[in-house]
Design a protein around this ligand. Structure first.
Ligand code: SF4
Length: 185
């Protein structure tokens, strides 16, 4: 993330995660959804981090901190229509960027290397590559980032920070491992 660095300086690797990957209790939940989907953490990711001795920074959950639980599953446009939600995401993203800046600019030795930011596939807030939108009467997956990710990327760019962005798919949890492994080579 920082250019012209001395590769001989020891570095500590970290990854930046969407909140619910380490704490599934913040995912949307309401009566009828199996409670097991909201308990614990994503073991596939944790095993990878432990195996490779990688640290973690957990970002806040925009939806839980705004709506709490129980809350319904919403599309991106429904979150866009919630008064104050985009501003809430903006505030959280700014605060995350301040903390990432501290890692990068205050971590002189050992240097802190941010390997990647990991979002959540299809999330209206935390998706990296595609979100669910209502288009007319249909619900479609469209190539857009989530509202919080849009703000995070914008503020990172403004501060001269860059990182790889990956995303976790709760429907295909093993897929992330290939992407994570590729970061180490
Ligand atoms: S994907 Fe983002 S907004 Fe949704 S539960 Fe996870 S951290 Fe919260």
């Amino acid at each position: 993330m920082r250019y012209g660095e001395d590769i001989m300086i020891p570095s500590s690797k970290i990854m930046v995660f969407s909140h619910c990957l380490l704490n599934k209790s913040t995912r949307w939940w309401q009566n009828g959804k199996p409670i097991e989907r909201n308990i614990g953490l994503v073991t596939e990711v944790m095993e990878f981090l432990l195996k490779h001795n990688i640290g973690v920074f957990q970002m806040p959950c925009p939806e839980f901190t705004f709506c709490g639980n129980p809350r319904p599953s919403r599309t991106k446009d429904e979150y866009e229509a919630l008064p104050g939600f985009r501003e809430h995401c903006d505030r959280l993203a700014k605060s995350v960027v301040e903390q990432l800046k501290a890692f990068i600019f205050m971590g002189v030795k050992p240097r802190i290397q941010i390997l990647a930011v990991i979002g959540v596939k299809r999330s209206p807030s935390c998706a990296v590559s595609g979100v669910i939108r209502s288009i007319g009467r249909e619900i479609r997956l469209v190539e857009e980032k989530g509202i919080f990710m849009e703000a995070l990327i914008k503020y990172m760019l403004e501060e001269g920070l860059s990182a790889r962005f990956l995303e976790f798919d709760f429907d295909e949890p093993h897929k992330i491992i290939v992407d994570l492994e590729s970061l180490l080579h």
